[in-house]
Design a protein around this ligand. Structure first.
Ligand SMILES: [Fe+2]
Ligand SMILES: [Fe+2]
Length: 195
C-alpha cells in the first residue's frame, strides 16, 4: 500500500538538517508507523506526522541535550543526568511545540516519551513507540524485535509490553539502569490488561 503524506515545511526543514543515517531511520519508522496505524484502524496521516517528528533532536550530544533541557525547563532527574541521550524526546517535543510545528497533545506526548514509553500514551503514541523499536536496523540493539513485531500485529498494548519485557530483561542481565517510566508503563499495562 502506497501512502505519501505531505509534512509541514517547518518540519521538513528540521529533517533536512539531520544526518543522513538518522533521516533514513526516520523514513523507515514513518513507513512502519503508517502500516501499523492502518492495521489497527488508526489515522495513518497522524501516525506518519508523529513518526516523522520523533527524532528531530536525536543528533544532539548528551551535553547539548542537558543544556537545552535546562533552557526549556524540562525536568532532569538522576536517570537523565546519567544517560542524557534520553532527553532527545523531551527536547524534540518542546521544540516542535514552541515552533508551532505540532499542536496535537497526543503527538507531542508521543515524541516526548518515545524512548521510554509512558502509561498514558494514546494508540498513535503506542504506534510511534513500537515503530521506532522495530526498525530493522535496530535488530542488533533489540534482538527480541521479532516478538515485538508479532505481538504488535495483534494488540498495541501487547507490542509495547513485549518491547518493555525484552529491554528490561536485557538491562537486568547487563546490569544497566531501567528507566523508571518504562517500569511504570509495564506495570500499568499488566494491571490494565489483567482486569
Ligand atoms: Fe529516538
Ligand atoms: Fe527513533
Amino acid at each position: 500500500m502506497r501512502m505519501n503524506f505531505d509534512l509541514p515545511d517547518s518540519l521538513q526543514k528540521h529533517l533536512l538538517s539531520l544526518p543522513r543515517n538518522l533521516r533514513a531511520h526516520i523514513s523507515r519508522v514513518r513507513k512502519i508507523a503508517r502500516e501499523l496505524a492502518v492495521e489497527h484502524s488508526l489515522n495513518a496521516e497522524l501516525a506518519d506526522l508523529g513518526a516523522a517528528a520523533h527524532d528531530v533532536a536525536r543528533h544532539l550530544s548528551g551535553g547539548k541535550l542537558l543544556e537545552e533541557a535546562e533552557k526549556l525547563q524540562i525536568p532532569v532527574g538522576e536517570f537523565e543526568r546519567f544517560a542524557p541521550i534520553i532527553l532527545h524526546g523531551p527536547v524534540g517535543a518542546c521544540w516542535l511545540k514552541k515552533e508551532g510545528i505540532l499542536s496535537d497533545s497526543g503527538l507531542l506526548e508521543a515524541v516526548y516519551w518515545h524512548t521510554s514509553a509512558h502509561p498514558d500514551l494514546d494508540p498513535i503514541g503506542k504506534v510511534i513507540f513500537i515503530a521506532d523499536k522495530i526498525d530493522p536496523a535496530k535488530v542488533k540493539a533489540y534482538p527480541f524485535q521479532p516478538s515485538v513485531a508479532k505481538a504488535a500485529r495483534g494488540s498495541l498494548d501487547e507490542g509495547v509490553l513485549a518491547f518493555l519485557d525484552g529491554i528490561i530483561k536485557e538491562q537486568v542481565d547487563q546490569h544497566r539502569c531501567i528507566h523508571p517510566m518504562s517500569a511504570h508503563t509495564r506495570n500499568r499495562l499488566i494491571i490494565e490488561n489483567s482486569c
